[in-house]
Design a protein around this ligand. Sequence first.
Ligand code: MV4
Length: 518
Amino acid sequence: MFPKLLIANRGEIAVRVIRACREMGIRTVAVYSEADRAALHVLKADEAYPIGPSPARDSYLRIDKIIDTARKSGAQAIHPGYGFLSENPSFAAACEDAGITLIGPSAASMELMGSKTRSRQTMQSAGVPFVPGATQGIGSLEEAMKIADSFGYPVMVKAAAGGGGKGMRMVASAGEMSSAFRDAKSEALNAFGNAEVYIEKYIEHPRHVEIQVLGDTQGNTIYLGERECSIQRRHQKVMEECPSPIVDEEMRRQMGEAAVKAARAANYHNAGTIEFLVDRNRNFYFLEMNTRLQVEHPITELVTGIDLVKQQIRIAAGERLTLQQEDIVMRGAALECRIYAEDPGNNFFPCPGLIRRLEVPSGPGVRDDSGVYEGWTVPVDYDPLISKLAVWGANREEAIHRMKRAIGEYYVGGIKTNLSLFQTILRFPDFLEGRLDTGLIDRLLALEDALKIPSGETGVEALDPYLWSAAAMAAVLHEASQQSNGRKNSSLPAPAPSAWKLDGRRSLARPASFRDKS
Ligand code: MV4
């Protein structure tokens, strides 16, 4: 095993990796930017080294400085976390050149999965169902029109180098193709330095379900069930759950086997995630593969009892997977909320700043993966994630009640957070009934706005009647949207900033000195 490991990341995920290392007897090396001098991961690591100015491109994205720090500190391995350099094939190659082990897949696997067209070709040969459409980049508008015609509108024009919702355009009819094709190409070139685009059939009201896999360097690959990630806002996941309410044992086996095929076809070794779109009839289609540890990995850990970070490290050290498919047992249910420093009253605009007071939930079945502490200032330079609050329950219902309880215990003073959003989601009938398509958050925010729920300090007693009317109205609107076949012609106003201010109940429950002073 590696005596020493460098973490090329920050925040909660750096802390998460440090914890796994500590339990494994591995010494940890943190790196930090100027803004992160006093960050939690710096305090928790055995050693810490500065790598440059606050902007990520000058610090956490500097391959040269990170490799250099690994050499100087004597770290034999680097864990990239998620984001930053985690899916950068040049970083994987640089580690290899420096004789340092990356806790991740080969540069070749990363590169293959980084191209949507190449990965779709690979799925085609491997017999993994993928979203119907082209497997090659499209050269001309004429070709785009021909392909769209053959699959039938609506279609999506997507950047081959894209992913996570960047560089895609929905095209409803042939008349829109010319501008969509041109826009998608220029956006792709701008965002990724690669103008290649391709076409997929548009899947209406999809759900996002992903399968966790583990593959070792000896070719053993297993799946660890699914995560339901359909609750998103602007292509950002907000809340995830495991297992998915729509996946039964048979579907899990089919998706799991498809995911293992996908990982094998990429010669994949590491923890990885195969994303699928699931349509209304529960058909599933390969969407993309994430060649890293995911933000939402804790819910899989809670339900399977397997420490994914330790597994990653053992795999990178060349150890054989000791787990076999039969060893994977899913027990109970888990939920995760991404707690952000952002303002629900101002379109979820980021609100980093000084954390004047912090009370973190605990107790049975509660896990909070945090990257912050009371008295620290959340920097403006990075994603303002405060923590990931995850709960486990014997079943979905218990997990929901537990999450409500845990969110209720959470208190962040000094900065605005999205905590109130979760109290709303956790009471929303569509969520409670497991109707989780990717439009849920927009429906919920539109509903709050339609009900003109007052902002400001509102006691929990005053809120309940609103929640009841919200519930009733949501049920009616859901029926209506089923009948009118979609949200396009619904009478709801356009999604608008939320006006919920559940935080207000804090001020009723606490002495004035605890109040948020911002
Ligand atoms: C789609 C789609 C419908 N049809 N592709 C958005 C994120 C990126 N990973 C892919 N995305 C989508 N691709 C086809 N052919 C709808 C989405 C989509 C979506 C997917 C998963 C979760 C949330 C979403 C929100 C909007 C759109």
